[in-house]
Design a protein around this ligand. Structure first.
Ligand code: MRU
Length: 363
């Protein structure tokens, strides 16, 4: 389900049982915890299983968990056994709450769940009609995200430096097809540059502690034949100092109204080093990642994950008993370090976000 002949990767897919039973079917997720060694697809039929898949990072990446949560709301709605509309809406609330509680930082999750709940409230007619509308909405969120990523790729290509002709681009974490509904945000820009003959190579930070760069970004690049060099996170400064990097492109999990951008832990240090070396630093993200309700990055909730992600590698324990750990999954890059934010509406200076995009999101 994940790759077609064009090597396209779709981490979240709706699989209909048969056209005669449109409400039946299930979601297929690529199990991202097993890549790159094992390519496994997980079938999700219940909203609780979708919530667990998001928590355990079987599906991860801001836009991808938004799409997954939208299908999760539908799966929960499908199991509600009432024909009374008010009762249906009341029973949908705990479904939405459970999905909202899975991960705190990526705002796309809340954006997608809110859109599903709002659609349910605004749809008139029978409960069966409501369920069908919710499935259609989840499918639309899914399809729109793929289109959005292609637009981000196109705009990113125009925003990249024109010198040298073939660029060496550093990225952090995975903001690729696996982190979205397909194509990717930061890696969408990279893909577009590759297809346009503007890319020499990707440098992928390994991205401790979950290794999304080493495992997922490198896997996507290899699948597509894009030259990729994996470096450990502490090598980025050295590579920039040696003149090996022409631009940095990363994704985002939540962007505040002033342009401060939360992304995978370690992004902030990459931005600081890029600034020190006068290397442009781009954040690529859809409009659904921008949270106009918060003024700046200090208000972005930062997820803290289990310390075992730090002190174990596979079965091996790395650290002595008695040591303590701090494991924030994200950090905030201040707007001042960001050259432009690349959205489906173009490359925009962080300070211009509200002026250029707030009405688009409201509408
Ligand atoms: O914890 P994850 O893997 O869900 O975090 C995802 C990221 O932070 C990615 O870097 C990404 O840029 C945001 S999603 C396109």
């Amino acid at each position: 389900m994940s790759s077609n002949s064009n090597n396209q990767v779709y981490p979240v897919l709706w699989r209909e049982q048969s056209p005669a039973t449109p409400l039946q079917g299930h979601v297929l997720l690529i199990d991202q915890t097993r890549l790159p060694n094992e390519y496994t697809v997980v079938e999700i039929n219940r909203y609780e299983d979708m919530a667990r898949a998001i928590e355990t990072m079987i599906v991860r990446g801001a836009p991808a968990i938004g799409v997954a949560a939208a299908y999760g709301v539908y799966l929960g709605a499908r199991d509600i056994q009432t024909s009374d509309r008010s009762e249906f809406l009341a029973q949908l609330e705990p479904v939405a709450e459970r999905l909202r509680a899975t991960r705190p930082t990526a705002v796309n999750l809340f954006w997608a769940i809110d859109r599903m709940v709002k659609t349910a409230r605004q749809t008139l007619g029978s409960v069966d009609h409501l369920k069908q509308t919710l499935l259609d909405t989840a499918k639309a969120i899914n399809a729109d995200d793929i289109q959005t990523c292609h637009q981000i790729g196109d705009h990113g290509l125009k925003a990249l430096p024109t010198n040298p002709k073939k660029l060496r681009v550093l990225t952090h974490c995975n903001a690729g097809a696996l982190a979205t509904a397909g194509y990717g945000t930061a890696l969408g820009v990279v893909r577009s540059a590759w297809r346009d003959g503007r890319l020499e190579r990707v440098y992928a930070d390994e991205t401790r502690p979950r290794l999304q760069g080493a495992k997922l970004t490198a896997w996507e690049c290899v699948q597509e034949g894009i030259p990729v060099t994996v470096i450990t996170d502490n090598m980025a400064a050295h590579c920039m100092q040696r003149g090996m990097i022409d631009a940095v492109v990363v994704g985002a999990d939540r962007i505040a109204a002033n342009g401060d951008a939360a992304n995978k832990i370690g992004t902030y240090s990459v931005a600081l080093v890029a600034k020190a070396h006068n290397i442009p630093f781009f954040v690529a993200a859809p409009l659904s990642t921008i949270d106009f309700a918060i003024a700046d990055g200090s208000e972005i909730p930062i997820e803290e994950r289990n310390p075992s992600e730090i002190y174990t590698v596979g079965e091996t324990i790395l650290c002595p008993a008695g040591a303590e750990f701090y494991n924030p999954a994200f950090d905030v890059t201040p707007a001042a370090l960001i050259s432009a934010i690349i959205t489906e509406y173009g490359a925009i200076a962080p300070a211009q976000l509200r002026e250029q995009l707030a009405d688009k999101q409201a509408g």
